[in-house]
Design a protein around this ligand. Structure first.
Ligand SMILES: [Fe+2]
Ligand SMILES: [Fe+2]
Length: 177
């Protein structure tokens, strides 16, 4: 049985993950409209990842026989001043999510909810990766803000194709997209 306080906090996190997904769709659409297809593809893929994170949390709650509430989602930022802004926003968002996942870990520990602690562990590792990827991308985008094609080349080189499925990832409700 998952601790009630963990269940409540995880339901809240589902809303943050869906909001992150929605934000990345908005950022992808912005880049698409600027004809920066690699930046667009990067954020479209990121949006799917966030949606999958939400659905992993949904699956965990279903498996734990806990109540799942599919939330409404805060509207994303859609107006950007320049091509750096969406990446800066993404890094800020990933740092915030890292703190949120840390809080979830804290709740699981405080409640001696070992199963939930084990579940949330994967997300800690995932956040290290996401913050690192976004801060590298921000460095590249800032350096080459006046030559967007260099950013496109960087993404084509460093983020070609999708990463392979992570066999340690938690199960996703309905299957991962
Ligand atoms: Fe996430
Ligand atoms: Fe993320």
């Amino acid at each position: 049985m998952a601790a009630a306080r963990f269940v409540e906090r995880l339901n809240q996190q589902i809303a943050y993950e869906f909001a992150a997904s929605q934000q990345y769709v908005a950022s992808a659409v912005y880049y698409d409209s600027e004809t920066l297809p690699r930046l667009a593809a990067f954020f479209y893929a990121q949006a799917v990842e966030e949606r999958n994170h939400a659905m992993m949390m949904v699956e965990y709650l279903i498996d734990a026989d806990a109540q799942v509430t599919i939330p409404g989602v805060a509207g994303p930022e859609t107006g950007f001043d320049d091509i750096v802004a969406p990446v800066a926003l993404a890094l800020e968002q990933e740092r915030r999510v890292s703190d949120q996942i840390g809080e979830l870990m804290g709740v699981a520990r405080a409640e001696n909810d070992y199963l939930s602690e084990q579940f949330i562990q994967w997300f800690l590792k995932e956040q290290v990766e996401e913050v690192s990827t976004m801060s590298s991308l921000l460095a590249v985008v800032q350096r080459s803000a006046d030559s967007p094609m260099l950013i496109e080349d960087y993404l084509a080189r460093e983020h070609a194709g999708s990463e392979g499925a992570d066999p340690t990832a938690p199960a996703t409700a309905g299957g991962a997209l």
